[in-house]
Write a protein that binds this ligand. Structure first.
Ligand code: AHG
Ligand code: MN
Ligand code: MN
Length: 345
């Protein structure tokens, strides 16, 4: 019998988010603490939003404001509150130079010499707010490109996803979690909020997306608007084939954060393809697709628009849309196979 090891693997499970961020900083030579402080600010804003979400049914924050946002969608009170909260915390924090939000037509340019540009969907899954289904926040962090002695501009934000320095999301679900990555080898880590003390603790260390899964996630109500390859793919995932584990089970929440979170942990595929109504897809490149593409790749998964790698798309505008397919590498490749066959490549 082996004696117990004197040096068990150094699991960090249970450490606080603050400690984790400090550890990461200690591993990056030359780090100045600016990035660390920005992550603290995001975690603080997440806790403030969480506290509003948790009492949403009581605090007169349900329902619509009566306004529409730049996408022509009805703005809900929680959307506005989440947007204001993240903006206020980051503006005061002094580490960002520009912020692009789903809720604002133009970028917010922040005075000062902040070194980072942030893209965000402050409240994702708006249609699920009033029915007590998981909602979320998505963020991406880029390094500033403009001269810090000049005002920042849109070019600081309009960078391809492969240049993200970090990305993450918060899911306000049966529990509240913050998941983030600084990319590549640093891994993807998930922290669960203990609401009784207001602290995030590491609960999901080094998340790896399985090579393939057993569920597919797509709004099948759009079938009549899909192109032929998407229809053929959807038939294929539902066909009986024991060897490849088909048929897959269907899972669709209608909150990207929730559908992507499940797919990240359990594997499988999430797709919001282009269709006749949304020829460019529905989801937004800068604050929905890119952050998730970054996280899935860092966790060993894949992200494409059907043909191209999401992270290689050169953005043209803050609110541009893109088809999005994310998930287990094998499952995303299967989707691509159908798209490529149709293109006759
Ligand atoms: P948002 O609430 O930020 O506008 O995003 C809604 C998005 C996304 O969360 C979800 O994946 C998708 O809309 C669902 O769209 P359908 O209702 O068309 O399926
Ligand atoms: Mn969204
Ligand atoms: Mn939103």
């Amino acid at each position: 019998m082996q004696p117990p090891s004197l040096h068990p693997p150094p699991s960090k499970l249970g450490i606080t988010l603050d400690q984790h961020i400090r550890n990461q900083m200690a591993m990056s030579p030359g780090a100045t603490g600016h990035f660390t402080s920005l992550l603290y600010q995001i975690a603080l804003a997440a806790k403030l939003v969480d506290s509003q979400v948790r009492k949403a049914g009581l605090a007169n924050v349900l329902g619509y404001t009566g306004e529409t946002n730049v996408q022509g969608e009805e703005v809900q009170k929680l959307d506005e509150m989440a947007n204001e909260t993240f903006l206020t915390v980051m503006r005061r924090g002094g580490r960002v130079c520009a912020i692009a939000s789903e809720e604002l037509e133009s970028a917010v340019i922040v005075e000062g010499n902040g070194r980072y540009a942030v893209t965000m969907d402050p409240l994702d899954g708006s249609s699920n707010i009033d029915v007590n289904i998981s909602i979320g926040t998505i963020f991406g962090i880029y390094r500033r490109k403009s001269d810090p002695t000049e005002p920042a501009n849109d070019a600081d934000l309009l960078q391809p996803g492969r240049d993200l320095r970090a990305a993450g999301y918060i899911i306000y679900g049966s529990s509240t979690m913050l998941v983030y990555s600084t990319g590549g080898k640093s891994g993807v880590h998930g922290f669960t909020l203990d609401p009784t003390i207001g602290e995030f603790f590491l609960s999901h260390e080094n998340i790896r997306v399985p090579a393939h899964g057993s569920t597919y996630s797509v709004n099948e109500g759009n079938t009549s608007r899909w192109n032929e390859s998407t229809r053929r793919w959807a038939e294929w995932v539902k066909a009986d084939d024991k060897e490849s584990g088909r048929p897959y089970g269907a899972r669709y929440v209608g909150t990207l954060v929730a559908d992507a979170h499940r797919t990240l942990l359990k594997g499988g595929i999430f797709a919001y393809p282009a269709d006749r109504k949304s020829p460019q897809g529905k989801l937004r490149l800068m604050y929905e697709a890119n952050p998730f593409a970054f996280l899935f790749e860092a966790a060993g998964g894949r992200a494409c628009d059907g043909r191209r790698r999401i992270l290689d798309i050169e953005p043209q505008s803050l609110h541009q849309r893109t088809p999005l397919v994310i998930g287990s590498p094998d499952d995303v490749s299967d989707f691509e196979r159908f798209a490529v066959e149709e293109a006759g490549a």
